[in-house]
Design a protein around this ligand. Structure first.
Ligand code: ASP
Length: 309
């Protein structure tokens, strides 16, 4: 098989990056707690790496990585999602296919165990892109996706965090969205993002993650992007598509475009971005204290970190 530009030195190229949110555990957390995060990020990255190294699609890689992170209670997505002001877990997610710009997204849904797989169903069905609330939940039920009751999403850690937030509301939001971007051996890009949003958010509040071009974007001609951080800021500045447009219109590299947007256009401590370009460069930047993240590619790169690499 001829993989064209994706074949270097006879080796098929692929790349993946993931994040587990820009809101990290405190630096002075116990070694055991830090290790839990590193182990989970490593496990997630291994899932994505194995799919891509075996010739799987970028869509499968990002969906499976995000499903793993949704199931892991350490991160603010799926099980482990933050509580809103009424003590409910409302979930947002999106997936996008860089081949044809098809996309599926859900906003403010409850009960859906893996919102990212619901997004994929919506994308593949093709009639709509973004579905919200009860309609999206009915869609999941009709698609025979797994539904869980509220207790499944309730974790002690997030509940206590919400209780503290009720007592002393902080501007410093509790962030922890998960996301993945990938390029497969055919050169196709894909992006997936899933979140419980911001802790103590108003019921019905929707962040950037399910808004195509803001928290999630993929286009084979430029890059795949997934964001984490203060969603209102990322929506106003259309962060994901801005990075792609700077590459397209200013001929900037992914690294230059992402650095410019994250460091110069976003307000300080607002979050971070991961991306992969059509040449298989995995790039990660953040302007927050840290970002749970990882990157791997066909050259042997395999890195996970919360703070410095
Ligand atoms: N971006 C997400 C939101 O605003 C939150 C996060 O990344 O933690 O909903």
């Amino acid at each position: 098989m001829n993989h064209g530009k994706n074949c270097q030195d006879g080796k098929q190229r692929w790349a993946i990056a993931l994040h587990g949110g820009a809101g990290t555990i405190p630096r002075d957390s116990s070694e055991a707690r830090k290790q839990q995060h590193i182990v989970a990020l490593t496990e997630a990255l291994t899932i994505g790496r194995d799919i891509l190294a075996q010739g799987g699609t970028s869509l499968d890689a990002v969906e499976q990585v995000v499903r793993y992170l949704e199931d892991c209670p350490l991160f603010n997505a799926g099980r482990g999602a933050v509580f809103n002001r009424e003590g409910v877990n409302e979930l947002d997610a999106a997936i996008m296919d860089g081949r044809d710009l098809s996309a599926g997204a859900v906003a403010a849904v409850r009960y859906v165990k893996n919102p990212i797989s619901l997004c994929r169903r919506i994308m593949e069905d093709g009639e709509h892109v973004l579905m919200a609330g009860r309609g999206a939940e009915a869609y999941a039920r009709n698609s025979e996706l797994e539904l869980m009751d509220d207790a499944y999403f309730h974790t002690e850690y997030r509940y206590n965090q919400w209780q503290r937030e009720l007592e002393i509301p902080t501007a410093a939001v509790n962030r922890g969205t998960v996301g993945a971007v990938a390029m497969d051996v055919r050169g196709n890009l894909a992006s997936a993002t899933s979140t419980g949003g911001l802790a103590n958010k108003m019921p019905g509040r929707v962040g950037d993650s399910p808004v195509i071009g803001c928290g999630t974007f993929a286009d084979n001609t430029t890059c795949a992007i997934s964001c984490t951080g203060n969603g209102e800021e990322f929506i106003r500045k259309t962060v994901a598509s801005r990075i792609a447009l700077q590459m397209e219109l200013k001929a900037q590299s992914l690294d230059d475009a992402m650095k410019d947007v994250v460091m110069n256009r976003l307000s300080r401590d607002s979050g971070g971005v991961i991306g992969v370009d059509a040449q298989g460069n995995a790039v990660l930047h953040y302007n927050s204290a840290g970002m749970n993240r990882g990157a791997a590619d066909s050259t042997g790169r395999f890195q996970v970190a919360i703070w410095e690499w």
